[in-house]
Design a protein. Structure first.
Length: 88
């Protein structure tokens, strides 16, 4: 009976975290929309589209590595520069 209570508590916490993450992303997307429109309008050389394509390729390779079972360090997940790794 105790495991059922623990499972319900963990499920509640996971759902609450997912809702908070989703709301945060929605607010961020809403706040960044005007800036993204200005950046896309000013992108004459196509640098932003190239960067997005490179990032998608980098993210796909990370997903493939994760499926193969390669692990990444815990420090890498909490690094303040983790979102800049695709630029190197």
């Amino acid at each position: 009976m105790q495991t059922l209570a623990v499972d319900i508590a963990f499920t509640f916490v996971d759902d609450a975290a997912a809702i908070a993450t989703g709301l945060g992303r929605a607010v961020l997307r809403f706040a960044m929309a005007p800036i993204d429109r200005i950046a896309n309008a000013c992108d004459i050389a196509g640098v932003l589209t190239e960067r997005r394509a490179t990032f998608r390729t980098w993210r796909a390779s990370r997903a493939r590595a994760r499926q193969e079972g390669r692990r990444f360090s815990l420090l890498g997940r909490f690094s303040p520069f983790r979102h800049l790794a695709h630029l190197t």
